[in-house]
Design a protein around this ligand. Structure first.
Ligand SMILES: Nc1ncnc2c1ncn2[C@@H]1O[C@H](COP(=O)(O)OP(=O)(O)OP(=O)(O)O)[C@@H](O)[C@H]1O
Length: 312
């Protein structure tokens, strides 16, 4: 079994009476892209801050690369972990290149060619003053900073916040390349579609507690897929109803609708035999599962909801 790179056991963070993270058990296996999802205010950033040793748990334990992230000796992990905080602090007196130099000195080994390639790829000008950068460009500086040392672990808190769709695609490609090179990636987001393409495992946090955890394939298998087919004549309704894989079969004229449950081939065989003229099966929406899980007031505060509204 692959060893775990991040291991949280009964991890808890209270702010006064308020429990932001509630007895969290979370394991990020080596070499995985792990999507950490949840609505605004669910406790994702608080978890990540504890994982990185910048916030102290009030209960439970966290191990990062086998060590206590808050222990002084763990400074050696700096070189091994690329971290993009949710609230990135840049030094407004510096240029982009100087900011990256500063982080490189702190982190230790950095591959200058890789850093240059990343800067160019994300369309960042190294000579630009940090203080003149837009929110999205500031985020890009943080991304170059996290990736530039080719770390074995990337911890990225809402990395795509404020990035335009093209840059988001670049970012996802960067994650895929890091994964292909053997890195482990923890990626937080409140939007499933951002992480679905790259994440192999997903955990969903709500109100400080995990409500779902598994591989994307496992979660997709829980999602029910709709299928609509049209035929040259009356649809084979009874034949489809007899199949365990076809549920909720309804017909309207020459069109039949059903919900697929399990493997598609028995259903497709019937459709083909009856010479279906068209078959439409929209992408299996794991988003639906998420929206149900997020639900109303799913752990977000009113303040959080407003902030999200402003960003949208
Ligand atoms: N220092 C703090 N003092 C008091 N409450 C806090 C503090 N930090 C976080 N919280 C609260 O803990 C909860 C979880 O916050 P956190 O930032 O971890 O959520 P999140 O899932 O990362 O959300 P977002 O996507 O909005 O960043 C929120 O209700 C937040 O207001």
């Amino acid at each position: 079994m692959a060893s775990s790179v991040i291991e949280c056991t009964a991890l808890t963070k209270k702010f006064g009476d308020f429990t932001a993270v509630n007895s969290l058990d979370l394991t990020v296996p080596q070499g995985t892209v792990f999507g950490y999802l949840g609505p605004n205010g669910a406790g994702k950033s608080t978890t990540i801050r504890m994982v990185m040793g910048v916030a102290r748990p009030t209960g439970g334990t966290v191990r990062l690369l086998g060590a206590d992230p808050a222990a002084p000796s763990s400074t050696t992990t700096r070189a091994r972990v690329g971290y993009l905080p949710g609230e990135l602090r840049l030094d407004d007196r510096l240029t982009v290149a100087q900011q990256l130099d500063h982080w490189a000195a702190y982190r230790g080994s950095v591959d200058p060619k890789h850093r240059e390639a990343l800067t160019e790829r994300l369309g960042l000008r190294p000579d630009r003053a940090v203080r003149t950068l837009s929110t999205g460009n500031r985020r890009k500086v943080g991304l170059v900073g996290a990736f530039m040392s080719r770390p074995e672990l990337l911890v990225l808190d809402e990395p795509t916040n404020g990035l335009d769709p093209l840059v988001q695609q670049q970012f996802l490609a960067m994650v895929e390349e890091a994964r292909d090179a053997g890195a482990t990636v923890l990626l937080s987001s409140h939007i499933l579609s951002e992480v679905e393409r790259v994440a192999e495992r997903i955990a969903v946090l709500r109100g400080g507690q995990l409500v779902l955890q598994g591989t994307v394939a496992e979660i997709q298998a829980q999602a029910r897929q709709q299928l609509t087919a049209t035929f040259p004549g009356p649809p084979p309704v009874e034949e489809l109803r007899a199949l365990a894989a076809a549920q909720d079969v309804t017909a309207d004229g020459t069109t039949v609708r059903l919900t697929l449950s399990g493997p598609a081939h028995p259903v497709l065989e019937v459709l083909a035999r009856h010479r279906a003229e068209s078959v439409v099966a929209p992408k299996r929406e794991i988003e639906d599962i998420f929206l149900t899980l997020y639900g109303d007031n799913a752990g977000g505060t009113q303040h959080d909801a407003q902030v999200e509204g402003e960003q949208a």
